[in-house]
Ligand binder design. Structure first.
Ligand code: DOR
Ligand code: ZN
Ligand code: ZN
Length: 440
């Protein structure tokens, strides 16, 4: 049976239009750009989108699904449900699971579980070093054969330059990108939040900008020397942005990603400590929320293409873990279920970015960077589709998250741009309640 998604709103080259998308056998069979939907055959179900936005499914190249090993935080079932609800059809998961994804068996476990039980496509990333300890390279060839999409020690930086250089050389031979969590431990040591005005005012140990930027400077030189595709995770500082910009201008194969929270919040947005001196740990993530100056640099970097893609760094933790003091609580916030509404409300509705610019950096661009066959709404492509209600304002309610993680700094925010239906390979994997009622 075929499905016609009728009367979707679509934006292309700055122009808004009405489109009708016919989905058959998991693929986009045909797209009509016309005011009226086409006549369809008897065995076609029509879903009237009534002017809601239709987009290729979002691709998030940076999430933590916590499976295997940390299923109290999240698992592949709940994490991919959260993804589908957020409009994401493809997510790449970081290897800091237990065991670490440093071996082919764990890659296979993730792929098979996601295939059988997942609501989104999962692309595992393999570790750069064994157990992410920075001491010994993984068997990258075996990881590649098992199906990893890239290599990363996310969660920690590769501390030794020699190790990173060898990793890049090997990854380049295999044609795999090196996806780097950039953090020099000797500079970050002991810090819980950004070393800036909030840390100073409240006497909290900070993480300086240089903890990130020093690694990026080093790695850009190593990428030039080895010819690697070097991808910078969750870029957060002004200095990092200008170094990536400079490296790109020199023709070095460096790309970068940014998270919604770094685009929208600064350290000054962390609520003041409570009467007992406790800081809200839902504002603690790594890299930390930086200064307004850094935030402006990230927005500029995203605007001019220095920063290629938007990712969530979805990092669920349990309430118990987060309910510790600011030093003990783990770094990380969830992001899959709020990413698009945050960006739409605060970057698109405010006129800073066009809808098309934001969608591009969540769909086609990540696909291009990592050589993936998804991310475009076009005839013949797999039917990974997201439908979004741009009108209805709703409050973020972490208790309603499908993710096990409730650790968000955005609880209570009023946002527009909520996904209402997500289709993966032509199958509806998530629908919002009111949308089901509306379409009858
Ligand atoms: O905030 C973060 N959380 N940053 C990281 O680099 C790791 C992640 C996690 O695994 O919780
Ligand atoms: Zn990281
Ligand atoms: Zn991460």
């Amino acid at each position: 049976m075929a499905t016609l998604l009728a009367n979707g709103k679509y934006v292309k080259n700055g122009t808004e239009m009405t489109v009708h998308v016919l989905v058959e056998d998991g693929r986009i069979e045909k797209i009509w750009e016309s005011s009226e939907p086409p006549h369809t055959e008897k065995n076609t179900e029509t879903i009237d989108l009534k002017g809601k936005l239709i987009s290729a499914g979002f691709i998030d190249m940076h999430v933590h699904l916590r499976d295997p090993g940390f299923e109290a935080k999240e698992d592949i079932v709940t994490g991919t449900r959260a993804a589908a609800r957020g409009g994401f059809t493809t997510v790449a998961c970081m290897p800091n699971s237990r065991p670490v994804t440093d071996n082919p068996e764990t890659v296979t476990y993730i792929r098979e579980k996601a295939d059988k039980q997942g609501s989104a496509r999962v692309l595992p990333m393999g570790a750069i070093t064994v157990r992410e300890l920075g001491k010994e390279l993984t068997d990258m060839q075996a990881l590649k054969e098992a199906g990893v999409v890239a290599l990363s020690d996310d969660g920690v930086g590769v501390q030794e330059g020699r190790m990173m250089m060898d990793a890049m050389a090997e990854a380049t031979k295999l044609g795999l990108p090196v996806v780097a969590h950039c953090e020099d431990n000797s500079l970050a040591r002991g810090g819980a939040i950004h070393q800036g005005s909030y840390a100073e005012k409240h006497g909290i140990r900070g993480i300086p900008n240089e903890a990130e930027s020093v690694h990026i400077a080093r790695d850009i030189l190593l990428a030039e020397a080895t010819g690697a595709h070097y991808h910078v995770c969750h870029i957060s500082t002004e200095q990092s942005v200008w170094m990536v910009r400079e490296a790109k201008a020199r023709g070095i194969n460096v790309t970068a990603e940014v998270c919604p929270h770094h685009l929208l919040l600064t350290d000054e947005d962390i609520p003041a400590p409570d009467a007992d001196g406790r800081v809200n740990t839902d504002f603690k993530m790594n890299p930390p929320l930086r200064s307004e100056r850094d935030r402006q640099a990230l927005l500029e970097g995203l605007k001019d293409g220095t920063i290629d893609i938007i990712v969530t760094d979805h990092a669920p933790h349990t309430r118990e873990e987060k309910d510790q003091d600011i030093y003990r609580a783990p770094f990380g916030i969830v992001g899959l279920e709020t990413a698009f509404p945050l960006l739409y409300t605060h970057l698109v509705k405010t006129g800073m970015f066009t809808l098309e610019e934001i969608l591009y950096r969540m769909t086609r661009k990540p696909a291009e960077l990592f050589g993936l066959p998804w991310g475009e709404l076009k005839e013949g492509a797999p039917a990974d589709i997201t439908v979004i209600d741009l009108e209805t304002e709703k409050q973020v309610d972490r208790e309603k998250f499908l993710s096990k993680g409730k650790n968000t700094p955005f609880h209570g925010w009023k946002l527009k741009g909520w996904p209402v239906m997500t289709m993966l390979n032509g199958q509806i994997v998530w629908q919002e309640e009111n949308f089901i009622k509306e379409r009858g």
